[in-house]
Design a protein around this ligand. Structure first.
Ligand SMILES: Nc1nc2c(ncn2[C@@H]2O[C@H](COP(=O)(O)OP(=O)(O)OP(=O)(O)O)[C@@H](O)[C@H]2O)c(=O)[nH]1
Ligand SMILES: [Mg+2]
Length: 450
């Protein structure tokens, strides 16, 4: 599985107690800072341990690995922080091998897991390489619960802008909470702490689908920690500031990889969730922070238009994957989305030559009549679990057809939250999560009816 170059690095490093793993793909602009923050965190907070930083890169053409190699070495951290760690910090940047011809974040992390297991680390921290808000303290916050608190998995808790994290807010948080009963607020945050035991569990878990090798990895890690009975906690990290993405423009493939993975895991773990009712808080560590994350623009008009258009192009698939009632509700909403989109166009005159794309707030105000109810969305997701079980060969087609419905749901959330603070917008995420819990008997009934 590992390349000879990676084996050589492992032989050179021999052993480590704590490791920070950083997956990357074309992150030359931001990874230097992440590496320095990781080094500083290891040196400052764990001076008695044997630390290592590993960058697992896709062979990025933009010189990401060169940036890592050229970043100030750990001595620099010792000098500016006035610490004398007992052990020298080791740093490695390598190119990870694909898994069955598939590269991606998950493949990068698998190499990180293999190295962590070979070095027999007690705690592994993984952080994204496009982070701008990471501070040295994050390493302590993510690894501390593992090393000092007896936990196996630390999920991140951050303040995200109310329009950011749409896959999390609409699917992974409410579904993980309703299925397994744990309120893990950021199950796909990307920044995690993992114990050595859980790393080995990940490596023993066997089959890595192409989705897990890509962006399915985060929900896969979180779900395996939960279903494997590992002790899970959260760490308050402050704000997540990273390369931003507009849900309508950038998140389609990521959405499909994440949702396919969470559905497959739901089907495989029915025994774990079918008798779970309600949910529990998950312990959170770290001092609370008050930070306003930077705003994110969302093209509401595009989200509404794509939802409407999909009623024609994907209606047949919707009919196959949704129950008759849910399907009727979704078709009605797609029509309403079209009307709202027309209203946005006429009010804001977006077709005028040379007109710029109107701001999120303006578009949301013009589309204020549109709302996609929580209960319909929860049923859509629950129907999909059943459809995925009954027609496994159609899973890709189902999830592709879900994308425009998700766009409609995201548009509704952006519209609803348009005048709210990020804090108040959280109320609607909670309300939706409670609706997933309330409707769980609908899922369990459909599941057991067979
Ligand atoms: N090795 C590898 N890493 C990747 C690839 N794509 C993304 N990554 C890494 O995965 C991490 C997260 O990727 P992002 O694109 O920032 O995605 P994200 O922040 O999880 O997603 P959003 O929250 O939706 O923005 C970063 O460290 C990327 O460098 C890839 O194809 N190969
Ligand atoms: Mg990112």
């Amino acid at each position: 599985m590992l390349t000879p170059a990676i084996r050589e690095e492992i032989a050179r490093l021999e052993r480590a107690d704590i490791m920070v793993g950083i997956p990357s793909f074309k992150n030359a602009a931001t990874i230097g800072y992440v590496v320095r923050a990781a080094q500083a965190g290891l040196v400052q907070y764990f001076p008695d341990l044997r630390p290592v930083v590993v960058n697992s890169d896709a062979g990025s053409p933009d010189g990401t690995q060169r940036v890592v190699i050229d970043t100030e070495p750990p001595d620099y951290v010792e000098r500016i922080l006035l610490v004398r760690p007992r052990n020298k910090l080791a740093r490695v940047s390598l190119t990870y091998p694909e898994i069955d011809g598939v590269g991606g974040k998950g493949a990068a992390l698998r190499t990180i897991f293999e190295i962590a297991a070979a070095l027999e680390v007690e705690a592994l921290v993984v952080v994204d390489s496009d982070l701008r808000s990471i501070a040295p303290e994050w390493i302590e916050l993510l690894a501390g619960p593992i090393l000092k608190g007896g936990y196996d998995f630390t999920a991140p808790l951050y303040a995200r802008h109310k329009h950011d994290g749409t896959i999390t807010n609409s699917v992974t948080y409410p579904l993980t909470r309703a299925l397994y009963g744990l309120r893990i607020r950021q199950p796909i945050g990307g920044d995690f702490g993992v114990s050595g035991d859980l790393v080995r569990h990940y490596l023993d878990a066997g089959h890595w689908t192409p989705e897990v090798s890509r962006f399915g990895i985060d929900i896969w890690m979180t779900t395996l920690a939960v279903t494997g009975g590992f002790a899970v906690c959260q760490a308050r990290l402050g704000a997540k500031i990273h390369d931003p993405k507009d849900p309508g423009a950038d998140l389609g493939p990521m959405f499909r990889q994440v949702v396919t993975t969470i559905l497959r895991l739901a089907i495989a773990n029915a025994e774990r969730w079918s008798s779970t009712t309600g949910s529990h808080d998950v312990p959170a560590y770290g001092f609370e922070r008050v930070i306003d994350p930077p705003p994110l623009d969302v093209n509401v008009l595009r989200l509404l238009s794509e939802f409407q258009a999909a009623a024609l192009t994907m209606g047949a698939t919707w009919a196959k994957m949704l129950s008759a009632d849910t399907n009727a509700a979704v078709l009605g909403l797609a029509t309403e989305a079209g009307a709202a989109a027309d209203h946005v166009r006429s009010t804001l005159d977006t077709d005028a030559p040379g007109s710029e794309r109107p701001a999120t707030a303006q578009m949301s105000a013009a589309a204020a009549a549109f709302a996609f109810p929580d209960a319909v969305w929860a049923r859509v997701i629950y129907d999909l679990i059943i459809a995925a079980r009954d027609h496994p060969a159609d899973l890709d087609a189902f999830v592709a057809a879900l994308v425009p419905v998700y766009f409609g749901r995201v548009a509704s959330a952006v519209i609803e939250n348009r005048d709210l603070s990020t804090e108040r917008a959280e109320d609607s995420v909670e309300r939706q999560a409670r609706e997933f819990e309330r409707l769980k008997p609908y899922l369990v009934n459909r599941w057991t009816r067979g």
